[in-house]
Design a binder for this molecule. Structure first.
Ligand SMILES: [Fe+2]
Ligand SMILES: [Fe+2]
Length: 309
C-alpha cells in the first residue's frame, strides 16, 4: 500500500496545521479541519460511504457484523421501495440501540431495565429478519407492526430518560442518549406512517432539523466518549456539535448542508477505521462507530433525494 498512515496521527497532524493557520482559515461548513475530507478519501473504503438499494430477500440480518452492514436505501421512488429500505435500516438501528442500552446498564440493580432492553432487541431483530420478506401486498400491514413497535420503544426511551435525569435510575446511559434514540424511533414511525398514506416525499425543513440534531448530538457523544487525551479529536467533534446544533442550519443554502453532511461522514469513516484498528483511544464501542457512520450515510442519501425532488 502506498499510504500507511495512522488515522489518529493524520487527524492530529491536520489539527496542528489548522491551529497554525497554514491552511488559511476554515473552509469547511462545520469547522472540521480542512485536511480531514481529502485525507478521508484516501482512508475510507467504498462500503463505508456507499448505499445499497434494498431488494426483497436482501442479505440483511440481525447477526451481521456491524461494520459489514449495508446502508439500505430505496431502489425506486414508491412507497413499497421506501418501506423496504426503512424497515431494513431502522429496525436494525433500533435493535442496536437496545444492545447499547444493555451494555450501559450493569449490575443487579439494573436487571429490570436491562431485561426490558433485551426484549426490545429480540423484537427488533425479529422485525428486521422479517423485513426481508416484504412484498407489495403485505408492506402496509408490516409497516403498521413496525410503527407500533417503534412507538413503544420510543415511549420506553422517554420514560428511561426521565428516570435517569431525575436520578431514580443510575445507568451509564446519558439522558440525551435516551432522548436522541427516542427521536429516531419516532421519526422511523412517522416516515412509515407517511408511506402507508402513499407519501414518500421529504419535507426539507423536517429533514434538516432531524438530521442536524442527530449529527450534532452524535458529535457531542463522540467528544464525551473519547479518551481525554485525544484533545484534537475532541475539539473537532465539539466544533461539529456546535455547527449542527446551531439554529442557523435550518436556513443555510442547500449546498452548505450537503457539504456539512459529507464532512461529518468523512469524520466518522476515519473515526470508525481508527477505532477498529485501535488507533484512537476511547470507550466508543466499534458497533456504535459503525452505527453513527451509517446514520450519516442515510442523511446524505435523504438530502440528495430531497434536493433532486
Ligand atoms: Fe441511532
Ligand atoms: Fe443516532
Amino acid at each position: 500500500m502506498a499510504v500507511n498512515i495512522a488515522r489518529r496521527d493524520l487527524l492530529k497532524a491536520g489539527g496542528l496545521i489548522v491551529a497554525g493557520g497554514a491552511l488559511g482559515g476554515c473552509a469547511t461548513a462545520t469547522g472540521l479541519n480542512p485536511a480531514v475530507p481529502p485525507a478521508a478519501k484516501v482512508i475510507q473504503s467504498p462500503e463505508q460511504i456507499g448505499t445499497t438499494p434494498a431488494d426483497t430477500g436482501a442479505s440483511a440480518g440481525s447477526g451481521m457484523p456491524p461494520q459489514d452492514k449495508p446502508t439500505w436505501t430505496p431502489k425506486a421512488e414508491d412507497p413499497f421501495a421506501y418501506s423496504l429500505a426503512d424497515n431494513l435500516f431502522w429496525n436494525d438501528v433500533m435493535m442496536e440501540h437496545a444492545m447499547f442500552f444493555q451494555s450501559l446498564m450493569p449490575g443487579k440493580e439494573l436487571d429490570g431495565p436491562r431485561s426490558q432492553a433485551a426484549e426490545f432487541q429480540r423484537l427488533f431483530a425479529q422485525q428486521l429478519d422479517q423485513s426481508r420478506g416484504l412484498a407489495q401486498d403485505n408492506y402496509a400491514a408490516f409497516n403498521q407492526r413496525s410503527i407500533s413497535l417503534a412507538r413503544r420503544f420510543g415511549d420506553w426511551k422517554k420514560e428511561m430518560r426521565e428516570q435517569q435525569a431525575s436520578g431514580r435510575m443510575r445507568s451509564l446511559v446519558w439522558p440525551l442518549f435516551f432522548q436522541h434514540t427516542a427521536r429516531e424511533a419516532d421519526r422511523f414511525a412517522s416516515r412509515l406512517d407517511l408511506y402507508n398514506k402513499r407519501q414518500i416525499e421529504f419535507q426539507r425543513s423536517e429533514l434538516i432539523d432531524f438530521w442536524s440534531k442527530t449529527m450534532g448530538e452524535h458529535s457531542g457523544f463522540i467528544a464525551h466518549l473519547l479518551d481525554p487525551d485525544e484533545r484534537v479529536l475532541i475539539s473537532q467533534a465539539s466544533k461539529m456539535e456546535k455547527a449542527f446544533l446551531r439554529e442557523g442550519f435550518k436556513q443555510v443554502r442547500g449546498d452548505e448542508v450537503m457539504k456539512a453532511a459529507k464532512e461529518i461522514l468523512d469524520f466518522k469513516t476515519v473515526g470508525e477505521k481508527g477505532i477498529y484498528a485501535g488507533k484512537i483511544k476511547s470507550i466508543i464501542p466499534p458497533a456504535l462507530a459503525s452505527h453513527v457512520r451509517r446514520e450519516a450515510v442515510k442523511f446524505v442519501d435523504e438530502l440528495q433525494r430531497a434536493s433532486a425532488a
